[in-house]
Design a protein around this ligand. Structure first.
Ligand code: MG
Length: 260
């Protein structure tokens, strides 16, 4: 079932979304060659907890049998890592790209967002991958309008990414969000046989294209969490929590000036 949020609920959710947006900005500002992904994790965690938020990724049970609960507040996925990279002692190097994904809840409502950043100076092709991934999200939400279907969003994302010569990860998808981090519906970033639900005002969705430089196939590393591209080429991720309204969608995990 897809939950519909009242105006009051949306307002509560906005607080969680602002905290995630600000935490992402703080992490972005700290990214430089030599910093470890664990240090980035600490920046996000300290901020979220300081705002009375709850980091949502920490302690998530591993989807792979026998794997550990996720230990981080952020997922930190470098270069060919698509998603679910575990923060650790890896030092970022000039020319790397890093995807930061995080979720937090405040007052019982959740927010989820991700960005890919360059470290130092990155190749033109890496920059293009990051830019196309971000733009594919914006192409998708042009269709995040009441009365449309989930698949209208999926199609726009896929067309834009593939027209630009990249591929769309199939194995992981976006999702509804609200009191729970993962709610119905699933939101693939590619067209499936299913048109998906009709969009209604009050739905809140985490739309998150994961776009690969090479093939769309992925595999999971021995840590049972880190998802990497099957061909070792780069991958980028861009995600916002959005709300469907009577008009244009609202991007909730976006900073609105300072003042948080
Ligand atoms: Mg998500």
């Amino acid at each position: 079932m897809i939950t519909i949020k009242s105006r009051t609920e949306l307002k509560k959710m906005t607080r969680a979304c602002e905290i995630v947006a600000k935490a992402l900005q703080l992490v972005e500002e700290a990214i430089r060659p030599g910093i470890t992904t664990l240090e980035l994790n600490r920046i996000a965690e300290d901020f979220i907890i300081g705002q009375k938020g709850l980091p949502l990724f920490k302690g998530v049970p591993c989807p792979v049998r026998g794997g550990p609960d996720f230990p981080g507040t952020i997922c930190a996925s470098v270069n060919d890592e698509v998603i679910h990279g575990i923060p650790g002692l890896r030092e970022l190097k000039d020319g790397d790209i890093i995807s930061i994904d995080m979720g937090a809840s405040v007052g019982g409502f959740c927010a989820d967002a991700a960005r890919t950043f360059g470290v130092g100076s990155i190749s033109q092709e890496a920059r293009r991958l990051i830019d196309v991934t971000e733009q594919s999200f914006f192409e998708g939400i042009k269709y995040a309008i009441k009365g449309n279907r989930i698949s209208d969003i999926s199609r726009a994302i896929q067309q834009y990414a593939e027209t630009n010569g990249f591929s769309v990860v199939r194995d992981y998808v976006g999702h509804g969000i609200g009191k729970e981090l993962w709610e119905a519906p699933q939101i693939p970033n590619y067209v499936t046989g299913n048109r998906g639900a009709r969009l209604e005002p009050g739905m809140t969705l985490a739309i998150e294209p994961m776009i690969n430089q090479g093939v769309h196939n992925v595999k999971i590393l021995g840590d049972k969490w880190t998802v990497v591209t099957a061909d070792g080429k780069l991958s980028a991720h861009y995600e916002n929590t959005i709300a469907i309204t009577d008009g244009e969608p609202i991007i909730m995990t976006k900073l609105r000036g300072e003042g948080i």
